[in-house]
Design a protein around this ligand. Structure first.
Ligand SMILES: [Zn+2]
Length: 474
C-alpha cells in the first residue's frame, strides 16, 4: 500500500500549484494566448464513469488530484463519446471522425489509414510523439501506432524484447497498466526542453479491469465477497444474474481502481511540476466511455448500448491561456483532434466530423447546437446478455443522436427518445408518444451514406488472448 504521507505530499503539491494557477489564471490569459506551440499530454482513462468523479458528482468520493485539475481546467459538462467501447471511441479521438468513417468498429477492423491522424499531424509539425497504452483495442494492431515515434503497447515491446523503446527508468508491470503513469512520468523526466515539444498519449485499463481483482485492488477495497474474476465477468456480460451484494462488491472494486487512477495522476502531475512544465503544457483528460452498474434496468457493463451512463464522458482541458470554467456546450470525442491542433496553432484538416472548441473554451461560445452521434457495429444486448453480432459491412446495429436537449437511440428492435433537460438519467422513454421522432430519424439517416468500411486485418494472437480474457471475443 502506498504510504499516506507520500500520497499527501504529492496531492499537496498539486493542490498548491493548482491554487496558484487559479489565482494567476487571468494574468496567464494575457501572457499565453492560445494557439501557440506547447507540450501536449492526452490522458484517456478507459471505462471511467463521470458519475464516479467528484468533479462531476458531489456525492462521489473525493479524488484530490483530479479535483485539483478540474478546479483550474475548462470542464465540459456535456461531453459525449462516439461509441460505448474502446476501439471505435479511440478511433474518433485520433481521426476526428465518427466510427462509420474511421472504420475501426469491429474486432477485425483497423482505423482507416487514409483519414487525418492526430499523432501523425503533430509529428509532421516536429512534435516528438510518444504513446503508452495497455494495448487491447488501442494496440498497434488496430493502427493506433500511426504517427508515433514511440508507441509502447507493452505486448509488442515485450515480444520484440526491444528494451531501448522503454523510456529511461520505465518499468513494466503486466497487471493491467498499474504503472502507466510511471511510464509517462519516466518519459517526462527524461525530456530536455532543447528537444522541442512533445505529444504524450497515455491510455490505461486501470479502471476498466476492476473485475480482474488485482492484488492492489483486493488489498485496498476490503472486499466482502469471495467471487472469482471469471464469475464477475459473467455478471457484467449478463451470463449470470448477480445479487445486489455482488453488484455492490463490483462497485467497490471499481471505486478502488478510480482512486488508484487518481494516485497515478498525482505522480504524473508531480513530474510535470518538478520539470517546470506544468504552466506550459496542454493537458486533455477524458474517458472513451463509461461503465453501467444498473442491473435493475438492464444497463450494465459497456458495449452494445448507447445510454448516457456510457456515452456521456468526463472531459477537461487545461493549459496556457485556458481559464477555469464549467462549459455546457455539447461536444464530442471527434472534436479532440481539431481542438488540440487549433490550440497549438496548427491548421485543422478539412472534411472531418469534429470541430475546434477553441472559441468554446476561450469565449464560452455555447451557440453551437449541431447534432452529435454515437454508433455501435458489433455488440448488442438481448434478454439481458451482451452478444457479438456478425454484421460486417452492413452498417451499424444501433445509433444515437444527441441534439437540442433530446437523446434518440435507433436500436435493432426498438427506438428510444429521452428529454435530457427533464430526464438526465434516461428513465422515461418518450418514443411511443413523441411526435418529433421523424426529425431524429432523419438526422441518423443522414449518416447512412457512410457505411462501415471493412478493412482486412487481424490482431495478433497476444491481443486476441487479451480480448478473450476480457470477454470481448470468444
Ligand atoms: Zn474502452
Amino acid at each position: 500500500m502506498h504510504s499516506l504521507s507520500s500520497a499527501s505530499y504529492r496531492i499537496k503539491l498539486i493542490l498548491i500549484s493548482g491554487t496558484i494557477l487559479i489565482a494567476s489564471a487571468l494574468i496567464l490569459k494575457y501572457i499565453f494566448e492560445p494557439s501557440q506551440r506547447c507540450n501536449i499530454v492526452l490522458i484517456s482513462i478507459d471505462a471511467l464513469n463521470r458519475s464516479a468523479l467528484d468533479a462531476y458528482n458531489h456525492e462521489a468520493p473525493e479524488l484530490p488530484v483530479l479535483g485539483a485539475l478540474a478546479d483550474y481546467a475548462s470542464v465540459f459538462e456535456n461531453a459525449y463519446s462516439t461509441a460505448s467501447w474502446t476501439l471505435p471511441a479511440h478511433g474518433s479521438i485520433f481521426t476526428g471522425c465518427y466510427p462509420d468513417r474511421h472504420g475501426g468498429n469491429r474486432p477485425e477492423q483497423r482505423i482507416s489509414g487514409s483519414l487525418p491522424n492526430l499523432a501523425e499531424i503533430l509529428r509532421n509539425q516536429n512534435y516528438f510523439t510518444v504513446g503508452f497504452t495497455d494495448k487491447g483495442y488501442v494496440s498497434s494492431s488496430f493502427g493506433f501506432n500511426r504517427g508515433f515515434y514511440i508507441y509502447d503497447d507493452w505486448a509488442d515491446t515485450l515480444s520484440k524484447a526491444d528494451l531501448s523503446k522503454i523510456p529511461r527508468n520505465g518499468e513494466k508491470n503486466l497487471q493491467s497498466g498499474a504503472n502507466l503513469f510511471d511510464r509517462g512520468a519516466s518519459f517526462i523526466k527524461s525530456w530536455n526542453e532543447a528537444d522541442g515539444n512533445f505529444f504524450l498519449f497515455l491510455h490505461t485499463y486501470i479502471v476498466h479491469d476492476y473485475f480482474m481483482q488485482y492484488q492492489w485492488t483486493v488489498n485496498n477495497s476490503n472486499p466482502v465477497q469471495d467471487i472469482s474474476s471469471e464469475y464477475c465477468l459473467e455478471c457484467l456480460l449478463g451470463i449470470k444474474k448477480c445479487s445486489d451484494s455482488e453488484w455492490d462488491f463490483l462497485k467497490k472494486l471499481y471505486q478502488t481502481e478510480v482512486l488508484r487512477m487518481d494516485q497515478g495522476l498525482g505522480k504524473l502531475f508531480e513530474t510535470l511540476i518538478d520539470k517546470d512544465l506544468w504552466d506550459s503544457t496542454l493537458i486533455i483528460f477524458l474517458s472513451d466511455h463509461g461503465e453501467g452498474f444498473q442491473p435493475d434496468i438492464d444497463r450494465i457493463h459497456h458495449g452494445g448500448r448507447l445510454h448516457e451512463d456510457l456515452i456521456k464522458i468526463p472531459f477537461m482541458i487545461s493549459g496556457p491561456g485556458i481559464e477555469p470554467a464549467r462549459l455546457y456546450t455539447p461536444v464530442s470525442l471527434v472534436d479532440i483532434l481539431p481542438t488540440v491542433l487549433d490550440l497549438t496553432g496548427i491548421q485543422v484538416p478539412q472534411n472531418i466530423d469534429g470541430q475546434s472548441l477553441k472559441y468554446v473554451i476561450t469565449e464560452e461560445d455555447d451557440s453551437d447546437l449541431r447534432p452529435l452521434y454515437a454508433m455501435e457495429f458489433f455488440h448488442m444486448w438481448k434478454n439481458g446478455r451482451r452478444l457479438n453480432v456478425d454484421n460486417s459491412g452492413n452498417g451499424w446495429l444501433s445509433a444515437a443522436v444527441i441534439w437540442n436537449n433530446y437523446w434518440y437511440n435507433q436500436n435493432f428492435h426498438h427506438d428510444e427518445l429521452y428529454n435530457m433537460a427533464k430526464d438526465p438519467f434516461q428513465l422515461n422513454d418518450l418514443s411511443s408518444e413523441a411526435t418529433n421522432l421523424h426529425e431524429f430519424n432523419a438526422l441518423v439517416n443522414q449518416r447512412k451514406e457512410f457505411k462501415s468500411i471493412p478493412l482486412s486485418s487481424h490482431p495478433d494472437k497476444a491481443i486476441q488472448d487479451q480480448l478473450r480474457s476480457l470477454g470481448y471475443i470468444k
